[in-house]
Design a protein around this ligand. Sequence first.
Ligand code: 5AD
Ligand code: SF4
Length: 477
Amino acid sequence: MSEQRKLYVRSFGCQMNVYDAQRMTDTLAREGYVETDSPDDADLVILNTCHIREKAAEKVYSELGRLRKAQEEAGRQQMVAVAGCVAQAEGAEIIKRARAVDLVVGPQSYHKLPELLAEAEARRSGKAGARAKLVETEFPVEDKFDFLAPPTREAIGKRGPTAFVTVQEGCDKFCTFCVVPYTRGAEVSRPLAKILDEVIRLADGGVREITLIGQNVNAYHGLDAAGRPANLAELVRRVAEVPGIARVRYTTSHPRDMDEELIAAHRDMPALMPYLHLPVQSGSNRILAAMNRKHDRELFFEIVARVREARPDIAFSSDFIVGFPGESDEDFADTMDLVGRVGFASAFSFKYSPRPGTPAAGMEGQLPEDVKSARIYALQALLDRQKAAFDEACRGRRFDILLEKPGRFPGQLIGRSPYLQSVVVEAPREAIGTLARVEVREVSTKSLSGDILGGEFFAGRPIGETRFIGQSEKLEA
Ligand code: 5AD
Ligand code: SF4
């Protein structure tokens, strides 16, 4: 074992980056790196970046500027690596713009981090001669997942009872606004058995909820033991069968890949949570075509109806882009109309941001900032009202929550509802990692709160004896 060094990883952007950050941390743990939660005492800082919108991409440069200033002030020797999608997209540009950077590493090369760091260190110290700084943005032939270290039991325990597992990476859809097909490459699915091994390991460490992630997760087609492609419905079923796993989610999906079997899985598998993130981007058929989304609004309505039929208590969330090139008032009205018809429990909405190398960046009809701002304001107001209405309708409802972590005040825990809402309850710390049945009592913009009616930890205990539960008398009545 080499000497202990401190590692600070900061992730921007999507859940795939959160997962990658954990796997980088696990891989570097083998090299003697321990995690720290501040860049100030770190020997190595990794910025795991996002390139999806200009604002996200620019964050890395302001962060690097801050780091350099702090290094100079403290006279600190620190290695800095830039990972993620900005690393992939901008490569050597980053080194030109930010001198503090020792290493640039794209998402497909994380398994090479130990050797890349050793090489970057040698270059920095001049041992390797005065060679340029290191940039690794190849798409290697080997599968990085075969080389990245799995988390230790201790690391799993620290991360809590929910976990992301990447099952698919990259995208072949080429929406005209999106950089993902260029930064993450072509669509690749991991083999079923490898994913299950990872889930078994996580479950063994106490994980109860798995979110299967991929840029286009419902296009999953990893090979099974017989060498046949398995679809996402099959994968969800197999993951739900792993002892200890109580809940399964998947994200992000494309409407075109919502097949019959996956819709049926929402009906047949209670472990599959009734909450579906299904980005639609626009409600206008003209804009959907210009975006190369490969579907129209009618198909989206049809899918929503079919999923609702299969699972009546399902709720939807989505992504929207306003101000795509050529979007007229009428097109935008179609988006508002779609939102009104579907009704979303929550949603993300963005102003269109031209990205280098994407077809839409060169399209005519780029819209001025004030038009985008007015539209996003109107859309977000509508989405906020829908979210508030959905949360409000949860008052008095009973559902299971997965208790995840301590709350703000002693005696409180925070759990997640099937719809990913935070729910505050009174319960002891030992109940973390268990499912509790709650009745929702209060609703605020950030969270719900409720009373525990029973559940795994509370089974067999008369509610009246669990003194930490407020209002137990009311529950018994
Ligand atoms: N501009 C604005 N939003 C974008 N997204 C992707 N690319 C862009 C872009 N160029 C949004 C989409 C996608 C989400 C992850 O980010 O809504 O679903
Ligand atoms: Fe980007 Fe479209 Fe692929 Fe989603 S489906 S990652 S928006 S290209």
